[in-house]
Design a protein around this ligand. Structure first.
Ligand code: GLU
Length: 303
């Protein structure tokens, strides 16, 4: 089925590594307004596949913060920690078709290899054609080849040469956990996601995800990457940069600030208006074309 035939299905997919901060509110709001303004569905997925990074209680706190701000999601919340079987089936499909291979290399063994576009070490190809004698598999990687092009609705045309810019990437990690890149592709496909709206920190992951969609025969969604909120030192707001929880602010003020951040022009008194008025203004006036074509921008003072 083509994207147009499916009807718009969007999603917000926070990782429960801490409370919702201004940066994640921006991603929630942008994806929500795009979906609702296109009469679409908006699904919620808790991305707790990376269990060592999951903070107990964070997922419930995120859900209650979204609720407090007036977000309404469709259907049941999906939890990645409950979807291991689906990820294993996808890996089996990739393995059987020869797209995934076992890898014995340790991080130390790759320390001298060339850098990929994101600054990580590019896989030197050691185990591509079979494990070296006497070594056993630690992880599974995708044989990454070819050029991936896509047209991002906000950031414009993108292109990545998988072998040069990324290298063979991990889908099953050495600690036994499935990698985010695989989980997100399997989950978006299972949920019938037609449009992915998220932060531009994931722009560079998109080619890897499109490649997996192609290998798995999944429908490729449309992508739109929003500017990521940073502090004054240009660091992404996160737990590591001590971003404040958005709950420290009245919801109407936080949502109004997020609308402004996304290039919309809400009246200043909207920040103290009842929540229903904020949503009604946002749904009437939302224009994706006004979202700045930036990878990041400084969050407003009040955050
Ligand atoms: N879980 C990711 C994050 O919180 C988002 C993944 C996605 O939207 O594809 O940054």
């Amino acid at each position: 089925m083509s994207l147009a035939e499916r009807g718009y299905t969007g999603r917000f997919a926070p990782s429960p590594s801490g409370p919702l901060h201004f940066g994640s509110l921006v991603a929630a709001l942008g994806s929500y307004l795009e979906a609702r303004c296109k009469d679409g569905r908006w699904l919620l997925r808790i991305e707790d596949v990376d269990s060592p990074r999951t903070v107990p209680g964070a997922a419930d706190a995120i859900l209650s913060t979204l609720d407090r701000h007036g977000f309404e999601w469709d259907g049941e919340v999906v939890w990645q920690s409950r979807r291991t079987e689906a990820y294993a089936a996808a890996l089996e499909q990739l393995r059987a078709a020869g797209h995934a291979f076992p890898c014995a290399c340790t991080r130390r063994e790759m320390a001298d290899s060339a850098l990929a576009r994101d600054g990580s070490r590019r896989y030197p190809g050691t185990c591509r054609d079979g494990l070296p004698p006497g070594r056993s598999a630690r992880a599974w990687r995708i044989r990454a080849e070819g050029i991936i092009r896509f047209d991002d609705a906000i950031q414009g045309p993108q292109q990545e040469d998988l072998a040069r810019d990324v290298g063979d990437y991990v889908v099953l990690r050495a600690d036994g956990l499935f990698a985010y890149q695989l989980a997100v592709v399997v989950d978006d496909a299972a949920a019938g996601i037609t449009h992915v709206v998220r932060g531009a920190d994931l722009l560079h992951s998109t080619a890897r995800q499109i490649y997996l969609q192609k290998l798995l025969g999944a429908t490729i969604p449309a992508y739109a990457h929003l500017p990521v909120a940073t502090n004054a030192a240009a660091e992404k707001l996160s737990k590591q940069t001590l971003a404040r929880a958005i709950d420290a602010h009245p919801p109407a003020a936080a949502l109004t600030a997020a609308l402004t951040f996304l290039g919309q022009h809400p009246p200043t008194d909207l920040a103290s208006a009842p929540l229903s008025e904020v949503w009604s203004w946002a749904r009437t006036h939302w224009q994706r074309e006004h979202v700045p074509r930036l990878h990041h921008a400084i969050a407003p003072e009040f955050t």
